[in-house]
Every structure is written in structure tokens, then in C-alpha cells.
Design a protein around this ligand. Structure first.
Ligand code: GLP
Length: 249
């Protein structure tokens, strides 16, 4: 674990990571970004937009996608990423890659062919999933089709009319796939994430908490609000970014 930042707000978290990504993109416009969805990561896309970061030369690799939703469904991750990253940040639609439910195993090869993911954005599920790697996912797993946990379907029901409308299956980069990215960035907010965050960062490395695999990676940045950090006891936190965050933006 490289850095754990505890910040005052979601906006500050998004700003901090957007600054870092903006700097990377200016240095390496052809960056390969691993793109996650979810409300935590949305703050990064919003701040990238506010900072005028242009992903016109980048390539994007989605972390996961539902199975069984038409591509054009507003909650398919293709649609979400098209709205947040293609339409807003200028990533060319042809360079947004999503795992194919019919051939999930090809995705790892696609990623490799384009040189690997430089920076992978991640949220965390309330039970410790990353991507859609639910509890029990092998830490060496590759991109594959999975069954969603009922807790995940309940958590994601807010994006649908009801929990029944949340797909039961998904395709996700595996834990092993995620670990191959050169740099990982995880954001989590709110008390509902505190237990999962503590288990992931301070608990044993175990398939029961797939996010605990982050402990195996040499370059991870974790950004939490105070509530999500509430269960941590030992992890050394970085000095607050408060002095540099432009609060009056
Ligand atoms: C979904 C995504 C995950 C993400 C999670 C967290 O389940 N498939 O990749 O980690 O949402 O979402 P949120 O940030 O909205 O809590």
C-alpha cells in the first residue's frame, strides 16, 4: 500500500485524483486508463472535466459490465462511461473497450496487446468487492462472467427501478487482471464502506475480501472520507491535502 489519504469531502477526493491523472495525461497523452463506474468514481470524472483534462489521445478499459442489459440501456456501463468519459472528457468512443460477455477471456489479451493499464480506478463494494469480484473470487482470477451477490444487487438497485431489474450476471476484470495495472487508485466514501475498507487494508489477504488483494500491489493510492476511514486502526495516513485543496473553487 503506497498512500492512504483521508480527506474532508468527496469533492476533495475527486480533485486530488483528477490532479494526479491530469499531470499523467499531460506527460503521456496516450495513457491507458482503467475505468470504473459507481458514485465514488464519478467524482473523479467530474473533477477531470472541471480541470479541463482532455482524454482525446487516451484509451479506456472498463473494469466491468452487466450481462443482460442492452448496450444502450442508460445503466449499462458502456452508457455510463460514454456519458462520463467519452462525451465529457473526449475519450474517442472507438478507444473505449469493454469486456465482451461472450468472450470474457479475450479481454486480458486485449489489455496486454495495448500495453497494459497504466492507472486503474476502483471503487469498493460494501462487502469488499472490486470490479464485480465478489467474496470468494480467486485473487489470481482473470476477466470472466460472474454471478452478482444479493448485497451488490441491493446496493446497485438505486440505479434501477427496483432490485428485480438489477441484472444477476456481470462480466468483470479479475482480481489478477486488476493487479496487473501499473497503478491502482481506490476511492471510498461513507460509513457503509468502513468495514470493507478496514478489512481490505488491514485484514488478512483473502479471497473472502477481494479488495484485500490491493495489499499485494506496489503502487496503490487510497482516498477516503473520514467515515469510510472510520474502521482503520493501523494504516499510516498521509498528511491531509487540505492545505492545497482550493476550497473556494
Ligand atoms: C459497482 C461497480 C464496482 C464499484 C461499486 C462501488 O458495484 N461494479 O466496480 O466498486 O459499484 O460503487 P459506489 O462507488 O457507487 O459505492
Amino acid at each position: 500500500m503506497t498512500a492512504v489519504h483521508v480527506v474532508g469531502s468527496r469533492r476533495e477526493a475527486g480533485w486530488l485524483i483528477a490532479e494526479q491523472i491530469g499531470e499523467l495525461v499531460r506527460r503521456v497523452p496516450k495513457i491507458n486508463l482503467g475505468l470504473a463506474t459507481g458514485s465514488s468514481i464519478e467524482t473523479v470524472y467530474t473533477e477531470l472535466d472541471r480541470q479541463g483534462v482532455d482524454l482525446g489521445k487516451a484509451r479506456g478499459f472498463a473494469l466491468d459490465e452487466y450481462i443482460g442489459l442492452p448496450e444502450a440501456h442508460p445503466q449499462s456501463y458502456r452508457s455510463v462511461l460514454t456519458r462520463m468519459v467519452v462525451d465529457t472528457l473526449g475519450l474517442p468512443a472507438s478507444r473505449l473497450m469493454l469486456p465482451d460477455a461472450d468472450h470474457p477471456e479475450l479481454f486480458d489479451r486485449v489489455i496486454d496487446r495495448w500495453g497494459g493499464v497504466d492507472l486503474q480506478l476502483l471503487g469498493i463494494g460494501s462487502e469488499g468487492h472490486i470490479g464485480f469480484n465478489e467474496a470468494g473470487s480467486s485473487l489470481g482470477s482473470r476477466t470472466r462472467a460472474v454471478t452478482l451477490a444479493e448485497s451488490t444487487r441491493r446496493d446497485n438497485a438505486r440505479f434501477f427501478e427496483s432490485v428485480e431489474k438489477v441484472p444477476r450476471l456481470a462480466v468483470t476484470q479479475g482480481v489478477g487482471t486488476i493487479l496487473r495495472a501499473r497503478r491502482l487508485v481506490l476511492l471510498a466514501f461513507g460509513a457503509s464502506k468502513a468495514e470493507a475498507v478496514a478489512a481490505a487494508l488491514e485484514g488478512p489477504i483473502t479471497a473472502r475480501v477481494p479488495a484485500s488483494a490491493l495489499q499485494l500491489h506496489p503502487d496503490v493510492t487510497v482516498v477516503l472520507d473520514r467515515l469510510a476511514a472510520g474502521g482503520l486502526q493501523f494504516v499510516g495516513r498521509q498528511p491531509s491535502t487540505a492545505s492545497t485543496f482550493p476550497r473556494r473553487l
